[in-house]
Ligand binder design. Structure first.
Ligand code: GDP
Length: 488
């Protein structure tokens, strides 16, 4: 009987272990956004908040004292570069503090969070862990999904058409001028292909400049080549093709078409199959302020990009898509970054604008499936708020140290002196903001300087003994939405 009991005990324990293992959740969280949207800063701040804590009242498990700690652990995928959180944090916290260097490729990091579950009937269970695998990748790659449903002819036609827009036409001009000289039926020629690709890439890149701020510019690897730079699969461009017929063999047309196909099958598909399809949750960072600043065309373009993104996360319906992968993301968060450029009275307004944009994009994409939410955040808050008296008015302002260099109003910033900026109010009605494009702020000291493109230095962090904690706006709410349920 004794040995039978022992046996039973062992079985019971391994069952319990298995159950605990099954109960200990693992979440694969994707972090994406176009270049400069704030991915590197966001992910660094998120990991720092998990491992070092901070003021996180809306992150419930933490606020309730149920998070015992978090630590980095070896990542599961050996072939994916590691997200170098120590280096990025080092840059933010160094004495000559600076924003971390953005990365232009996919990377990964595993964080293990030790927590106590709340349990039923007040029986909390300590010793549990959440394994969080975070995958950071360029949003440009996500927008490539649109290419999978377009053959070379369709893509060429649409790309040329889109380049006629009022914002795009001037920046597309050098490429369009070259395009007009290329006969698609002529014999294939590497130098023509390279020239066309170079000019086309320059056009796409110009679309990302501050004052233009366009969002939909596939193929994504032209802007974010990762380790593919210079390969033939990235050396192609749209052509002005006849409406009918096939590419004659040996022609420029055939050459470009072949490379476009190589791009789709060797670059786009593997990314969706190997990385994207394995995500459980996703945060999409959006520099909505940049689009609002640049005007209505940039905003419209952002909306198109958002519906393309939603398309990728749509569940099931799309047969060619689901044959490639089945999106399994159950929570999707759109986050407007850099909200510290606004006074807090405008944070809700920025959120409302993004909510409206996403809402319209949801209708367009006939999106169903994941729970979607929206937040306006600053992963690292670089400004503080104050009021400045001007005549008889009290102006709400934000105060921060602008980055070294020339301000867009011609001012020179030396890198330590603070400026007060009246950020202007976002309209209360999101529709008005979307139609008119943005807000106009000004520096208080230098009347009417255009502050829309002021970049602030990261904040000076004074660590009071313990680990450094970064100031933020609504990062706690973001954490709650992304992983709060797993820590319940
Ligand atoms: P990525 O290309 O998406 O990885 O973008 P980064 O994370 O490198 O951010 C690009 C730039 O945006 C940074 O260098 C900062 O200038 C700015 N930025 C990002 N996040 C914040 C933020 O929370 N507050 C402020 N003020 N600036 C930010």
């Amino acid at each position: 009987l004794e040995s039978w009991l022992d046996e039973a005990r062992i079985v019971a324990r391994s069952l319990a272990d298995a159950a605990a293992g099954a109960l200990d959740p693992t979440i694969r969280l994707g972090v994406t956004g176009l270049s400069r949207a704030g991915k590197t800063v966001f992910l660094t701040a998120l990991v720092q908040a998990l491992t070092s804590g901070g003021r996180l009242p809306a992150f419930r498990a933490y606020a309730q004292g149920r998070v015992a700690g978090a630590r980095l652990a070896p990542q599961p995928d050996d072939a994916v570069p590691r997200f170098e959180v120590e280096r990025h944090l080092g840059a933010l916290l160094a004495s000559d503090r600076a924003w971390p260097e953005s990365t232009n490729r996919i990377s990964e990091l595993r964080v293990v969070v030790d927590f106590e579950s709340r349990g039923f009937f007040s029986s909390s269970r300590p010793g549990r862990k959440l394994t969080l695998d975070i995958v950071d990748y360029p949003g440009e790659w996500l927008l490539d999904l649109a290419l999978l449903s377009q053959d070379f002819r369709t893509w060429s036609r649409r790309t040329v058409e889109t380049s006629n827009g009022t914002t795009r036409a001037p920046i597309a001009e050098p490429w369009r001028a070259h395009l007009a000289t290329v006969d698609p039926l002529a014999k294939e020629n590497e130098s023509v292909a390279r020239e066309a690709a170079a000019r086309f890439t320059a056009y796409l890149r110009a679309g990302r400049a501050d004052r233009v701020a366009l969002s939909t510019l596939p193929p994504g690897r032209f802007l974010m080549p990762g380790d593919m730079e210079g390969s033939p699969a990235l050396t192609f461009a749209p052509l002005a093709l006849p409406a009918e017929g096939d590419a004659p063999s040996g022609s420029i047309w055939a050459m470009m078409e072949r490379r476009y196909e190589a791009y789709r099958s060797h670059i786009v598909k593997p990314f969706f199959r190997d990385h994207f399809s394995r995500l459980d949750r996703q945060v999409v960072l959006v520099d909505a302020l940049a689009a609002l600043n640049a005007g209505p065309e940039a905003v419209a373009d952002l909306e198109t990009a958002l519906s393309d993104v939603l398309q990728a996360f749509r569940h099931g319906q799309n047969s060619w898509l689901s044959s490639l992968f089945r999106p399994r993301v159950d929570r999707l968060l759109f986050a407007a970054t850099k909200a510290d450029h606004l006074h807090h009275t405008s944070h809700d307004r920025l959120e409302a604008i993004l909510r409206r944009l996403v809402g319209r994009a949801i209708e367009r994409a006939e999106f169903g499936g994941a729970t979607v939410d929206v937040v306006a955040l600053a992963a690292v808050r670089a400004t503080r708020e104050a009021t400045v008296r001007q005549g008889r008015d009290e102006l709400p302002v934000i105060v921060g140290v602008p980055e070294v260099g020339e301000g867009s109003g011609g001012q020179h910033f030396d890198g330590e002196e603070e400026i007060a900026v009246f950020p202007g109010d976002l309209p209360t009605d999101p529709e008005v903001a979307l139609r008119s494009g943005g807000y106009r702020g000004r520096t208080v000291s230098e009347a009417d300087g255009d502050i829309r493109f002021v970049k602030f230095r990261p904040p000076k962090i004074v660590a009071a003994g313990g680990p450094a904690q970064l100031p933020h706006i609504r990062l706690d709410r973001t954490l709650e939405f992304l992983i709060g349920d797993a820590l319940a």
